[in-house]
Ligand binder design. Structure first.
Ligand code: ADP
Ligand code: ASP
Ligand code: MG
Length: 402
């Protein structure tokens, strides 16, 4: 029988009515003759509320305990959804990440899935039961409960779809698909019917939070088609799949933005082999993923190095960078948490010169200063002041006629 994994985000299970609506949809899918595995997020803003509570209680927030706390949100939704399914006569069983066999590394709050042992899910499916799995969590190789980072329920869903050989992974959310820009920022943005894994990866990596980056990596690596759609209208959404090479690629498909990063600048660094390696080795050892890096031209043997990191990792990054700055005799380490990033993504830009010039020209016309630039074959990103991010997205969406 065909198998579908259906993932429901926080808003989709935000209250009792929403949970009953989701149960109804799952029941219809099951009665339509397909096996279903469900993955749920925590209800509404539960995860944010728990994080706030932890800050009220503690200054240190040990990562192991944060994971124990945050995974409780998804437990609530999975149990409630199973109850609603039971009322509809659909046999369902809830499973924590650990019970579902999701084994991760030991990197608390941003653990990576190492392996999935889905025996219990496979048994349940064979018995005609709908397994409802708590998203965003697993159990580490040292038997502690872990979480997969914010938005991690998407990753749970796609990883399970890959392991169980599902035909499709449906991601139900509060918008009707992947749009040409965040529809909350650009009301005229429109839904993209189909997008390639490569473009979706760039979008997810540059802030388009509709899908978690790791989930898209899993989907691409294991060839799992994704269908991003609304749990409010249930209309067909956006298909994320292998590139259709027979079609002409749009030059720019979408614009994304990200205001979750901060910039670290190490000033007056001796411009010698090995110095950058030391700085970034220390930052990596602190468990921080560095994103953009810019090094200035050296003047009289000294240079400045700037890089961006998730704002939540800013203090760890500063500690690590300052330690090495002292050792190598750099002058100063500066932090800037008022930055934002705006990016253009499009598979067609590979073969169309002039996209960068048009992007910079559009930002200039709006009086928006570019502080850092990074590119890939199909993406151009600019760091700007945080308050200029939204005007930049709107101006670019108009300029590229999306
Ligand atoms: P969920 O809780 O269902 O996982 P998220 O809040 O994580 O939902 O993701 C959905 C949100 O992503 C939308 O409400 C929208 O504001 C935002 N978003 C950002 N960029 C895009 C985009 N390009 N297309 C659609 N939604 C986007
Ligand atoms: N509840 C988690 C979060 O808010 C995971 C998820 O929703 O995907 O980040
Ligand atoms: Mg999400």
């Amino acid at each position: 029988m065909s198998l579908v994994v259906q993932k429901f985000g926080g808003t989709s299970v935000g209250d009792a009515d929403r949970i009953r609506a989701v149960a109804d949809h799952v029941a219809r899918t099951k009665r339509g003759g397909r096996d279903v595995v469900v993955v749920v997020s925590a209800m509404g803003k539960t995860t944010d509320d728990l994080i706030r509570l932890s800050k009220d209680v503690s200054d240190t927030q040990p990562p192991r305990e944060m994971d124990m706390l945050l995974t409780s949100g998804e437990r609530i939704s999975m149990a409630l959804l199973c109850m609603a399914l039971s009322d509809l006569g659909v046999p369902a069983l809830s499973f924590t990440g650990s019970q579902a066999g999701i084994i991760t590394d030991t990197d608390h709050t941003k653990a990576k899935i190492l392996e999935i042992k889905p025996d219990r899910l496979v048994e349940a499916i064979a018995a005609g039961i709908v397994p409802v799995v708590a998203g965003f969590q697993g159990v580490s190789t040292s038997r502690d409960i872990t979480t997969l980072g914010r938005g991690g329920s998407d990753t749970t869903a796609v990883a399970l779809a890959a392991t169980l050989g599902a035909d499709v992974c449906e991601i139900y959310t509060d918008v009707s698909g992947v749009f040409t820009a965040d529809p909350r920022v650009v009301p005229s943005a429109h839904k993209i019917p189909q997008i390639s894994f490569e473009e979706m990866l760039e979008l997810a990596a540059s802030g388009g939070r509709v899908l978690a980056l790791r989930s898209v990596e899993f989907a691409r690596n294991f060839h799992v088609p994704l269908h991003v759609r609304s749990s409010f209208t249930w209309e067909p959404g956006t298909w994320v799949k292998e590139e259709d090479s027979t079609m002409e690629q749009p030059v720019v498909s979408a614009i994304s933005h990200d205001t979750s990063e901060a910039k670290v600048t190490v000033r007056h660094v001796p411009d010698q082999p090995g110095v950058a390696a030391r700085i970034f080795t220390a930052v990596a050892a602190a468990g921080v993923n560095v994103d953009m890096i810019v090094q200035n031209t050296s003047v009289e043997g000294y240079t400045d190095i700037s890089f961006t990191v998730p704002r939540t990792d800013l203090s760890h990054s500063l500690e690590a960078a300052s330690r090495i700055a002292d050792e190598v005799g750099a002058k100063q380490v500066l932090a800037d948490d008022k930055i934002g990033r705006v990016s253009l993504v499009g598979a067609g830009m590979k073969s169309h010169p002039g996209v960068t010039a048009k992007m910079f020209g559009t930002l200039a016309k709006e009086g928006i200063n570019i502080e850092m630039i990074s590119t890939s074959a199909i993406r151009i990103s600019c760091v700007v002041r945080q308050e200029m991010v939204e005007p930049a997205v709107v101006a670019l969406h108009t300029a590229f006629e999306l």
